[in-house]
Write a protein that binds this ligand. Structure first.
Ligand code: NAD
Length: 357
């Protein structure tokens, strides 16, 4: 099925991950589009994050690796998508430092494989279908490197200077997408977004880790002096921005997406502790204040000090603005983790078993 009454068939890669699942839920809940979710279900993929929409007749799950060229060709020929939103990636910086191989494989080879499948499919389309087709690559502000010691913001023309194996692999994938646009005229769009937070975030990431450790009375490990600055965006605001770019963005363009919420990591942890004092006053035995659990640990090698996004282009050209402030989004997030132990407890148990095994 191709385009039908202005509804599209979307292929979303990595749709069982944190941001991908927010995109899939948004598409099914708030639009009439059809969604094909391709996911390998690594440790970060979780079909429970899609439980609320999995019965929709507009939703299909394909369990596949984006590095599998035959599987990708099959998806394109079977589902004839109009729009590809590519989110599948290895995404955790600390894991990229401990083992960069998977990052090179999925983020670079996987993106190449998907681009080639998209290009072969695009060439089979008639002119009208080609005019609609989009390949939207979802990337990070980490490709721009570090803003230490400046008041600058990352704009769409900031030169790339990635620091970690993760950001270097994402930078490579961005370059590949631009090359396929320029060389093969595949209609591509790239977005680079700041740090996301919100519901369904894997427990190893800063905000959920701090919430869950605090609830368990465990130390809250803050890297170095905690003065690393990140620009935080609520995941559902990101998902809305992504669908807007995929459907109305200008082909060949890059859009930076950010929440105007520059916060030092230590301040984020303090704000979380204050929210928990209010929302979860029954503390583990012997604990006076959640903030007493804050512990400073050895800094991550190559740790970027400051990221901050200038999101004025997407605001001016596409009319997007974030709906949540950092305060409102963080409150929603804490409330969600307090209510959804059914989602995060099995992940913690699986992590523990993996470490022991
Ligand atoms: P995530 O780690 O939560 O999810 C990644 C998903 O991709 C998982 O469901 C995983 O199973 C799947 N996946 C991994 N390798 C795969 C493969 N080879 N084939 C098919 N599926 C595979 O990541 P996220 O935080 O949701 O990030 C999604 C995208 O957004 C990534 O490309 C990331 O670089 C980018 N991004 C993330 C942030 C952030 O703050 N989390 C910010 C900006 C950009």
């Amino acid at each position: 099925m191709m385009q039908h009454n202005n509804t599209f068939t979307f292929v979303v890669t990595g749709g069982a991950g944190f941001i991908g699942s927010a995109v899939v839920r948004h598409l099914i809940e708030n639009t009439q589009h059809r969604v094909i979710n391709i996911d390998k279900l690594t440790y970060a993929g979780n079909l429970q994050s899609l439980a609320s929409i999995e019965h929709s007749e507009r939703y299909t799950f394909v369990h596949a690796d984006i590095c599998d060229a035959a599987a990708m060709q099959q998806v394109f020929s079977q589902y004839q998508p109009n729009i590809v939103m590519h989110l599948a990636a290895e995404s955790h910086v600390d894991r990229s430092i401990n083992g960069p191989g998977d990052f090179i494989q999925t983020n670079i080879i996987g993106t190449y494989t998907l681009l080639e499948a998209a290009r072969a499919f695009y060439q089979t389309l008639d002119t009208a279908a080609q005019a609609v087709f989009r390949f939207h690559h979802i990337s990070t502000d980490e490709v721009y490197g570090d803003l230490e010691g400046t008041n600058d913001l990352f704009t769409e023309s900031t030169p790339y200077a990635p620091s970690s194996p993760y950001s270097a692999s994402k930078a490579s994938s961005d370059h590949l997408v631009r090359a396929w646009q320029r060389t093969y005229k595949l209609p591509c769009l790239v977005t680079n977004c700041s740090n996301n937070y919100g519901p369904y975030h894997y427990p190893e990431k800063l905000i959920p880790l701090m919430i869950l450790n605090a609830l368990a009375g465990k130390p809250l490990p803050v890297y170095g002096n905690g003065q690393q600055i990140r620009d935080w965006l609520y995941v559902e605001d990101h998902a809305r921005a992504l669908v807007l770019v995929a459907t109305t963005g200008k082909v060949g363009e890059t859009y930076n997406i950010g929440g105007h919420n520059e916060k030092a990591n230590l301040d984020v942890v303090h704000t979380l502790c204050e929210l928990l004092e209010e929302l979860a006053p029954q503390k583990p035995a012997g604990l006076a204040y959640y903030k007493d659990l804050i512990t400073f640990v050895k800094d991550r090698p190559g740790h970027d000090l400051r990221y901050a996004i200038d999101a004025s282009k997407i605001e001016k050209e596409l009319g997007w603005t974030p709906a949540e402030t950092f305060e409102s989004g963080l409150r929603k997030t804490v409330e969600w983790y307090l209510a959804r132990a059914d989602w995060w407890q099995p992940l913690q148990a699986a992590n523990l078993a993996a470490k022991k095994g």
